[in-house]
Design a protein around this ligand. Structure first.
Ligand SMILES: C[S@@+](CC[C@H](N)C(=O)[O-])C[C@H]1O[C@@H](n2cnc3c(N)ncnc32)[C@H](O)[C@@H]1O
Length: 190
């Protein structure tokens, strides 16, 4: 009897989690698919080459796999990761209890509702549609010199300092931008 109740609870939790994941994937227009290990390695390499300092914002941190790696690789930086989808968010919080990381904060929030002006570095892996909506927000809030690193999808009208092609099946691109407030004007005049 107790076993049946326990099994029913587990099945209900799995079904509810699945429904929540699908709901937020549809709502956000992107699933919580993690960055692949190969791309992650390259992305971390790019960041270390740029000798980053200060606060790194990860927009849409999913299961937290990249956020924890950022915290481990850059102990002198403060990492703030935003994820609004409850299941991956809770997973990353539980994982965080096991792997104590003093310099990482994961927040259950829609990153469109937070101010990005304190970011020294912005990292994201989103969708083309989200990048289109994110671009004007970055333009109005980022400080000059903020490093923006995007996985796969580019910011529609920004010209990257550098684009790296990862040697994986999809030839994944990593776009690296150094934000300048004049940037947008220069680019749209072209
Ligand atoms: C493709 S996953 C990337 C996960 C992680 N950044 C990585 O690279 O492994 C994109 C994540 O962004 C989240 N997301 C999309 N829009 C969001 C928003 N407006 N606020 C917070 N999270 C968002 C999604 O829920 C999803 O988990």
């Amino acid at each position: 009897m107790i076993l049946n109740v326990f099994s029913a609870l587990i099945v209900s939790a799995v079904v509810c989690s699945g429904i929540l994941i699908v709901f937020y994937s549809l709502y956000n227009g992107i699933s919580p698919m993690p960055t692949s290990p190969k791309v992650k390695r390259q992305l971390l390499h790019v960041l270390s080459q740029n000798e980053i300092q200060g606060t790194i914002y990860e927009l849409g941190s999913g299961w937290g796999t990249l956020a924890f790696e950022l915290a481990r690789r850059f102990p002198e930086c403060r990492i703030i990761a935003y994820e609004n989808s409850w299941v991956p968010y809770i997973y990353s919080k539980i994982y965080g209890l096991a792997v104590k990381t003093e310099n990482l904060r994961i927040k259950q929030e829609n990153f469109f509702n937070i101010l990005l002006s304190r970011a020294d570095v912005v990292v994201c892996y989103l969708s083309p549609n989200i990048m289109t909506h994110l671009q004007p927000k970055l333009e109005s809030e980022l400080q000059k010199g903020t490093l923006v690193v995007t996985n796969t999808f580019a910011l529609p009208s920004w010209v990257p300092q550098q684009t790296i092609e990862v040697e994986d099946l999809y030839r994944t691109k990593i776009h690296i931008y150094l934000f300048n407030p004049e940037y947008k004007r220069t680019i749209t005049l072209k």
